[in-house]
Design a protein around this ligand. Structure first.
Ligand SMILES: [Fe+2]
Ligand SMILES: [Fe+2]
Length: 261
């Protein structure tokens, strides 16, 4: 940890608590507490939805746990569509919306634009770990197989440059994981296999249009993609989560992320 930036970023309350220690030992204890909090912040806790007793109590609601409707979340329609999920659960979803916008501006076909729109949708609301695999699985019953394949493989491909199309290892990953990070063998294997596949370029184009930084001032509305979604996403009439598909439970988990049981 960079000592100077750590000290510069201490909150006023922490500085007061360290400075207020009566003895050198008290000050050292307060500093150690602050360091420990700082370290906790740097380790993202993997989470699978969010099952907690009311972290922010709702006035007048004395239930210790939520079952079905969570008053802190917008109510979903009885038969939710993909667009309902974008508006009521994924929002603001800037990363995927901006990536899809970029793909469209770059003249990509509809399959690629949809793949970019969906490639990370599980990250903020469902699960971050191995997200390419989870995202692909969530949408598999509803899209062309090429789209779900490409989304699954972007998990591995984004770690490997492809000079033939100008894809470089993302600079952000050097900041995130350190310059000496090496992708695990299962990722190397997935990349090696994907390279030989006829849909390799579909997945590679997801990584090429994957925006690693938020574009200031660019607001993209999911309604801009209504036509592409309508033509390429097989919306179940019962609604996502209620169509009895092998992945329905994943969508229900996002509708009711705090269901106790
Ligand atoms: Fe991703
Ligand atoms: Fe992404």
């Amino acid at each position: 940890m960079d000592r100077r930036s750590f000290l510069n970023n201490l909150s006023a309350a922490t500085v007061v608590s360290i400075a207020g220690g009566a003895t050198l030992s008290d000050k050292a204890d307060a500093l150690e507490d602050a360091l420990s909090v700082e370290l906790d912040k740097r380790i993202a806790t993997p989470w699978f939805c969010s099952i907690e007793p009311t972290p922010e109590p709702v006035a007048g609601d004395t239930r210790p746990w939520y079952q079905h409707e969570d008053p802190r979340l917008p109510v979903m329609p009885a038969a939710p569509t993909l667009i309902d999920f974008f508006k009521l659960r994924f929002a603001p979803a800037n990363h995927v919306l901006q990536s899809a916008r970029l793909a469209r501006a770059n003249g990509m076909n509809e399959k690629i634009v949809l793949a970019c729109l969906l490639h990370d949708i599980c990250v903020g609301n469902f699960i971050r770990t191995d997200h390419g695999y989870w995202c692909a699985q969530m949408i598999k019953p509803y899209v062309d197989e090429e789209i779900s394949w490409a989304i699954e493989k972007h998990q591995a491909l984004r770690f490997f440059p492809d000079e033939s199309v100008g894809y470089e290892y993302p600079e952000a990953y050097i900041n995130f994981f350190g310059a000496d990070y090496k992708p695990e063998p299962y990722l190397v294997q997935a990349w090696e296999e994907a390279k030989k596949h006829r849909w390799y370029m579909t997945s590679r184009l997801i990584t090429l249009n994957d925006l690693y930084s938020f574009e200031e001032g660019v607001v993209v509305d999911v309604d801009d993609f209504t036509d592409i979604i309508g033509r390429n996403f097989r919306q179940p009439k019962e609604g996502l989560g209620f169509d009895g598909s092998p992945v329905a439970h994943m969508w229900r988990s996002m509708i009711w992320p705090n269901n106790f049981l």
